[in-house]
Design a protein around this ligand. Structure first.
Ligand code: FAD
Length: 478
């Protein structure tokens, strides 16, 4: 008998869904503080997943679905990794500007969208250019707006037709084809398609630059095509209670007591063939796993944890600088914001430090304290040399030029998030379908192995768990 539920992951980046792979029924999540009882005394052999970001949670979901016992160890005080939401004075602050695209294929399968209570953005954007705002609209959803915007200075009429053709092009390809297609930098792809410089500089740089944290648009065309396809098929949304509801929903469906928070792993020693994989915790405790260990930590953390060389532990993008961002939040009286639409504003002017901003409470009123609006402003890069106070003052001055200084001066700074490792650098060459097997009972997952998106992280977690299940099943065969 074999426990193999799915075809080997390398055969397809998005293997077909199996009825046997279903998330478990929801149970109450009771994250545990470090246990007083040594973990090593646990009598049931368990797989170990390290890291409770989206990839680790997806791996755990897959293990749970196949009745493989596991422990999920997370160093921080909550699940979600980079996808978390803080509360401050009644406001919901996502840790950096994040958008959930409903068409993400793995997410559609794993998540219950109804309970996330997803709130939609306007399908398009308002671009600040030459002292005024100009609309770029998705013709499939806002036909009239798109016709009215045909002659605005954000690209030419031909550019707007090319967007339609690009949409047809990506929709005709499978995700597998997209992620393994010949690749170039996104900026080169856009030029090759025929987009004008004004379209690239005024729309694509702030829009996709904001998604990839890369205004140079050096990110692989594979990622551009994948995200463009998802945008064409789905809506841009936010869960009403914050982006952190996504990982919380996954965690709530895992068996009780399977997640240990505030449990930092210091090192992992792969199996030498005879002995199991050894996991050393920061508190000195040692855990051993005969079933295998899934490392679901962010890319820079991997080298710190792996103590012995395993097969190809270094993804090709590891030497490239990571993508960083800064997100500043401001509160405003409800009457002191200039628009009420749930629209994303882009900086197409080519000047200043703001890349994009939006009024979060226009998308989901629950992001605000009573009577207050929440303003979210994103920059690309880390601005290490600039203090929080100066950064905030520069942003207020810049947005004063957009919306009027008398309006913006009333906004109150709430918090600044500086995120050094927002995404791995996925400029070519990339391999977005990396085998999760690191050898010797160790498996890797995380967005750096697939597409640097929520969906890529979820897929990579499942692939790592499937590989572990498959390998264990093969070992048990007579
Ligand atoms: C500001 C921002 C905006 C983004 N916007 C979008 C967006 O709009 N759309 C989109 O699709 N994607 C977006 N992304 C990307 C997306 O969030 C990531 O691709 C995805 O969440 C990565 O998940 P992961 O599981 O690979 O890694 P992570 O979320 O980084 O999870 C790794 C986990 O491992 C834990 N860990 C690390 N070391 C240890 C250790 N030694 N012991 C135990 N635990 C450890 C960490 O605490 C963390 O919880 C955004 C990312 C950021 C930062």
């Amino acid at each position: 008998m074999t426990l193999l539920l799915h075809p080997p992951p390398h055969l397809s980046p998005f293997p077909p869904r199996h009825s046997s792979f279903k998330p478990l029924a929801s149970t109450q999540l009771t994250p545990k503080p470090p246990q007083s009882r040594p973990l090593s005394s646990d009598p049931i052999p368990k797989a170990i997943v390290i890291g409770a970001g989206l990839s680790g949670l997806a791996a755990a979901t897959c293990l749970a679905s196949s009745n493989t016992p596991f422990l999920l160890l997370e160093s921080s005080d909550g699940v979600g990794g980079r996808v978390r939401t803080d509360t401050l004075d009644g406001f919901l602050l996502d840790r950096g500007f994040q958008i959930f695209i409903t068409a993400y294929p793995e997410a559609r399968y794993l998540l219950d969208y109804d309970s996330l209570d997803l709130r939609r953005f306007y399908s398009g954007a308002r671009v600040y250019y030459d002292g005024a705002f100009h609309t770029v609209a998705d013709p499939a959803r806002h036909f009239l707006d798109s016709v009215l915007s045909l002659t605005n200075p954000i690209g030419t009429v031909l550019d707007k037709l090319l967007i339609g053709l690009t949409r047809i092009g990506v929709l005709s390809k499978t995700d597998g084809e997209i992620l393994s297609a010949e690749e170039v930098r996104t900026v080169d792809l856009l030029r090759r398609i025929g987009f004008s410089s004004s379209m690239v500089d005024r729309f694509f740089r702030p829009f996709f630059g904001g998604i990839f944290f890369d205004r140079e648009l050096e990110t692989t065309s594979r990622l551009f095509d994948f995200v463009f396809k998802c945008l064409a098929l789905g809506d841009n949304t936010l869960p009403a209670k914050g982006i952190g509801e996504i990982p919380k929903q996954l965690a709530a469906k895992l068996p009780q007591d399977s997640i240990l928070l505030k449990t930092r792993v210091e090192s992992v020693v792969p199996s030498d063939g005879e002995s199991p994989v050894v996991v050393r915790l920061e508190n000195g405790e040692i855990l051993k796993s005969e079933l295998g260990v899934i490392l679901a930590v962010e890319q820079p953390e991997l080298d710190k944890i792996m103590t012995r060389k395993t097969r190809d532990p270094k993804p090709s993008s590891q030497t490239k600088p990571a993508r960083s961002t800064v997100c500043l939040y401001f509160s405003a009286e409800n009457g002191d914001i200039p628009v009420s639409e749930p629209v994303l504003f882009l900086n197409g002017s080519g000047q200043g430090i703001v890349n994009n901003m939006f009024f979060a409470t226009n998308v989901a009123p629950s992001y605000g304290a009573p009577g207050k609006a929440l303003v979210s402003v994103s920059l690309i890069g880390l601005f290490e040399e600039v203090s929080d106070e100066e950064l905030s003052a520069r942003v207020i001055k810049e947005l004063g030029e957009w919306f009027g200084q008398s309006v913006v001066n009333k906004w109150r700074h709430l918090r600044t998030y500086r995120i050094a490792f927002a995404q791995p650098n996925q400029s070519p060459p990339t391999d977005l379908r990396k085998d999760p097997r690191a050898g010797a009972g160790v498996y890797l997952c995380g967005d750096y192995l697939t597409s640097a998106t929520f969906d890529g992280a979820l897929v990579s977690g499942r692939l790592a768990a499937e590989a572990l299940i498959e390998d264990r099943a093969l070992l048990r065969r007579p």
